[in-house]
Design a protein around this ligand. Structure first.
Ligand code: PLP
Ligand code: COI
Length: 354
């Protein structure tokens, strides 16, 4: 399929890197493609960034058939543009599509479309360390129809956003809050898919967490309300004695690309790492015995984010001394060295945009 390109008449200027924040600055162009039952995915286009005209009856607005991804492009010191594990994101998106009854797409085609878009938007990739171009591929159901079924038509689009740190705290440890009342997802449901409703379902607890001064929610499993699952926008790791622990994938947790990267680096370095059920009690007990050395989250937006405090009911534990832990920093440094092209050992996780 040929991708039609229409350039914006006027192009804007990227704000200063220090003013970027997360997800507020959008670039001049976007990629759009449509799906219909008779044509399949068709009409791929790079167009000026603009609003969509969509029927108020579009099924996405009513029944939430929407999936998305989050990945990043980085500019190296040599001015090369690097994508980190982008194919893995699109493969996960296809799994989300399947789970949400959305038609799948050709990953190679979308990789090419993304590279084409990024080349056009090169000036929007910030270069300061900690900044990047966040990429948000999305698919929404567009049939104007009020009955409940899978839509017959969809829109796939990719928008780009120049970003700085996800958390205002930057690399300083964040405080997380365990929800006792609410759950994010249940085994057998859609928790492992990156679908809009999972985030909508998480809002009530995150608002409560924020009111108490916590950055995000640490979710427990929905059945026993005992086992740790993940954080709002990150997977979670615990360093207990000399072992790294992370919850195993049960179907209700998002299988993070950064999570896989951490696990594979840890194995490569010969660290002890286990993916298994971890109860919140086990973590609080490990803390009481002085065995809980570090806690950190992993995610595209957050990279590696040290956790300095966990609250569960009326008990809060502090982890570390208010500075990022050594192991969290080792992962952070290695991942960012790979992403910003400061090392040749990139684990085959980099695709250069030429
Ligand atoms: N868990 C949730 C709920 C997320 O939204 C994200 C971010 O995408 C992650 C975990 C981390 O996934 P990844 O490392 O692929 O960004
Ligand atoms: C990520 O891309 O890392 C995310 O968690 C997306 C988030 C901002 C919802």
């Amino acid at each position: 399929m040929e991708i039609k390109v229409t350039r914006a008449e006027t192009e804007r200027i990227r704000p200063e890197d220090s003013d970027l924040g997360f997800g507020q600055v959008f670039t001049d162009h976007m990629f759009v493609m449509d799906y219909s039952q008779d044509k399949g995915w068709h009409n791929p286009e790079i167009t000026p960034y603009t609003d969509f005209a969509i029927s108020p009856a579009a099924m996405v607005f009513h029944y939430g058939q929407a999936i998305f991804e989050g990945l990043k492009a980085y500019k190296t010191a040599e001015k090369k543009i690097q994508l980190f594990r982008a194919r893995d994101n699109f493969e996960r998106m296809n799994r989300s599509a399947k789970g949400m009854c959305i038609p799948q797409f050709d990953v190679d085609f979308i990789m090419d479309a993304l590279k084409k878009l990024i080349k056009i938007e090169e000036k929007w990739i910030p270069e300061t360390i900690g900044t990047s171009l966040y990429i948000r591929p999305t698919i929404i159901a567009t049939d104007p129809f009020l009955g409940v079924r899978a839509s017959f038509s969809y829109k796939f689009y990719i928008i780009l956003s120049s970003v700085g740190a996800y958390y205002a705290e930057g690399l300083n440890p964040v405080k997380i809050w365990v929800s006792k009342e609410h759950v994010r997802a249940v085994k057998g449901g859609v928790g492992e898919f990156k679908t809009a409703g999972n985030y909508a379902a998480s809002l009530i607890a995150s608002e409560e967490a924020k009111e108490d001064g916590y950055a995000q929610v640490l979710w427990l499993d929905a059945i026993e309300r005992k086992y740790i699952e993940e954080v709002g926008a990150m997977n979670i790791f615990f360093v207990v004695d000399d072992e790294i622990l992370t919850p195993n994938l049960t179907g209700s947790i998002l299988p993070g690309i950064t999570r896989y990267s951490v696990i594979s680096l840890a194995k490569k370095w010969g660290m002890k790492i286990s993916e298994r059920k971890i109860s919140i009690d086990e973590i609080f007990k490990a803390h009481d015995k002085g065995k809980l050395k570090e806690v950190f989250g992993s995610g595209t937006a957050a990279v590696i984010s040290p956790v300095g405090e966990i609250r569960y009911g009326d008990k809060a534990i502090s982890i570390g001394d208010g500075t990022p832990g050594e192991i969290a920093m080792k992962f952070y440094d290695t991942l960012t060295d790979i992403q910003y092209g400061r090392t040749r050992e990139s684990e085959n996780w980099i695709e250069v945009v030429e």
